[in-house]
Design a protein around this ligand. Structure first.
Ligand code: NAD
Length: 515
């Protein structure tokens, strides 16, 4: 095929993504023309890439002669005039606008013969929606790079039913040649990573709006569970406007599926121009200021009561508890009267240990039940905790209900964070929703592919299927079933999740009742 022999690529659009894509193409041996007709965008994009190479030279990571050769391979212009011969690839990374992209792609299609393959880097439009106006839709597919392109290993390769098989094979080769890890992603709104990520943002926004916890607490919990950035810091980095646009696009393209509904808070922030880091203000304030309160140093962890406590739960839960060096004796025996200071049971609905005496602090799963009514029924203080944080090996623990000083002792060395007495707390609500979202892909996607994509695309500590294995399908389904009671159908556990829960060696679905 004609295009396969050319080592020339055209990148359309010289913004954030276009310049990153141009950079990695050149670094992998391509001759690249970056085209952007708007003002001096092309020149600016070229300068930005040159500056990245200059920094690499200054740091000793690139020698000056090589940098000069790279620079010679990158041309930038407002039009296509300097492109000689048909390029092998044209990668479109222009502004996210359906009409603009459709017009642009039709023009690109007629400019070069069939050997030139076309790709779009769109994040929220489907490839099918871009193919509508093409005479040869088999020439187009999606190559979805992640920001910043030089650093992020993932590339989603998206083929619509109209995309040619040859296109797909060549796209995988291209991505591998750039040193990236290509994964196949479905041509559905949000593709793979952005689709699984919807609840990461949506549930975080709802947690704040429902006054379960403020943004900094949500972020601290998720970061304490190993996520590189909490949802609010991440939204500030991505841009509130960009995030809202992707959310709105997924919502519109799923004809109003409730799980993807954008949140009025995003709209308000966008209206105010609080767009995140790029504007100095988003959920956090990034403006330099001297009168901002400095953060108090964290208090030293309290002395933990190493004895006097009993910890119940599954072997997996007890193991996880032990791994975190949390205090207490692991046992399923009923507690004895007298000296018992606390009793932890991650299974909901358990009756408190009768003989334990009124001084015993009862610590129960606060993610599947409200603990304040339990305290009223049992006539003593009850602490709600998130057992999933134990299973996750987190450094934080959310607690609801009773908030006395001994609570921090029970969970030392974890950092205890109080939250409202609300189903799902923070971590369970977000992660269980993520897991369920991943199980809803149709056609089904290999779990290893989903996890790899999420780990590489957004640096999560583990992908949704690995979370499912760690937390157990029964727990995930039960948290969602409880959330459904308070939050409606958007939390309805998927059939695949229920089936996975039924496969676990416990009671059947019917016997479990709560689901
Ligand atoms: P951007 O606004 O930084 O850059 C877009 C560029 O397109 C601008 O420089 C603009 O001048 C140019 N442009 C407009 N009309 C054009 C035309 N007719 N021909 C050529 N160029 C034109 O946007 P971005 O963040 O680089 O996003 C580009 C694409 O990549 C979008 O489709 C976006 O959804 C997608 N994307 C963005 C990210 C991200 O994190 N920013 C990640 C993955 C994918």
């Amino acid at each position: 095929m004609a295009g396969m022999t050319s080592s020339t690529a055209v990148v359309v659009g010289a913004g954030t993504m276009g310049r990153g894509i141009a950079q990695v193409l050149v670094e992998s041996g391509w001759r690249v023309h970056m085209v952007d007709p708007m003002g001096d965008a092309a020149a600016q994009g070229q300068e930005a890439v040159q500056a990245a190479w200059a920094r690499a030279v200054a740091r000793g990571r690139l020698d000056a002669a090589h940098a000069a050769a790279l620079e010679a391979s990158l041309d930038a212009a407002p039009d296509y005039e300097r492109v000689e011969g048909p390029p092998a690839w044209v990668i479109e990374a222009a502004s996210e606008d359906l009409e603009l992209k459709r017009r642009l792609l039709a023009e690109l299609e007629s400019r070069w013969p069939a050997g030139t393959r076309l790709a779009s880097n769109t994040s929220s439009l489907t490839i099918a929606s871009l193919q509508g106006g093409l005479r040869h839709p088999e020439r187009l597919g999606g190559l979805h790079f992640f920001n910043p392109v030089p650093r992020m290993a993932l590339v989603e390769v998206i083929a619509s039913p109209a995309t040619g098989a040859a296109w797909t094979a060549a796209a995988f080769d291209l991505a591998r040649g750039l040193g990236k890890t290509p994964v196949p992603a479905p041509d559905r709104p949000g593709f793979l990573v952005n689709r699984v990520m919807r609840p990461f943002y949506a549930e975080a926004l709802r947690l704040v709006e429902e006054e379960v916890a403020p943004p900094e607490v949500v972020d601290a919990v998720m970061e304490g569970a190993g996520f590189p950035m909490g949802p609010f810091r991440l939204m500030d980095l991505v841009g509130i406007d960009v995030n809202l646009a992707v959310t709105a696009a997924v919502y519109a393209q799923t004809f109003g599926e409730d799980r993807y509904r954008p949140h009025p808070r995003q709209q308000m922030m966008r209206d105010l121009g609080w767009l995140g880091r790029k504007r100095g203000r988003g959920f956090y304030d990034y403006r330099p200021s001297t009168d901002l309160p400095t953060e108090a140093p964290p208090a030293p962890p309290p002395e933990a009561p190493r004895s006097g406590g009993l910890v119940a739960g599954s072997p997996a839960f007890q193991q996880a508890w032990r791994r975190l060096s949390l205090p207490g004796r692991l046992s399923d025996e009923p507690p004895e009267p007298g000296l018992l200071r606390f009793w932890v049971d991650p299974d909901p609905g358990a009756e408190p240990p009768r003989p334990a005496g009124p001084a015993t602090l009862l610590v129960v799963d606060g993610t599947r039940q409200h603990v304040e009514p339990l305290a009223a029924r049992w006539g003593r203080p009850v602490v709600g905790f998130d057992p999933a944080l134990v299973l996750a090996g987190a450094k934080v623990m959310t607690v609801s209900g009773y908030q006395g000083p001994e609570v921090a002792q029970i969970f030392a060395p974890l950092r205890v964070v109080p939250v409202e007495d609300a189903i799902g707390h923070v971590f369970s609500r977000i992660v269980c929703s993520l897991v369920d979202e991943a199980l809803r892909f149709r056609p089904r996607i290999d779990p290893a592919v989903v996890d790899r994509a999420v780990e590489l695309g957004v640096n999560h500590p583990r992908g949704p299927h690995a979370w499912l294995g760690r937390l157990g399908a029964e727990r995930v389904a039960a948290v969602l079933a409880a959330l459904r009671l308070v939050g409606g159908e958007r939390y309805r556990p998927s059939e695949d999740l229920l089936r996975a829960a039924e496969r676990e060696p416990h009671a059947s679905l019917a016997e479990r009742g709560g689901i």
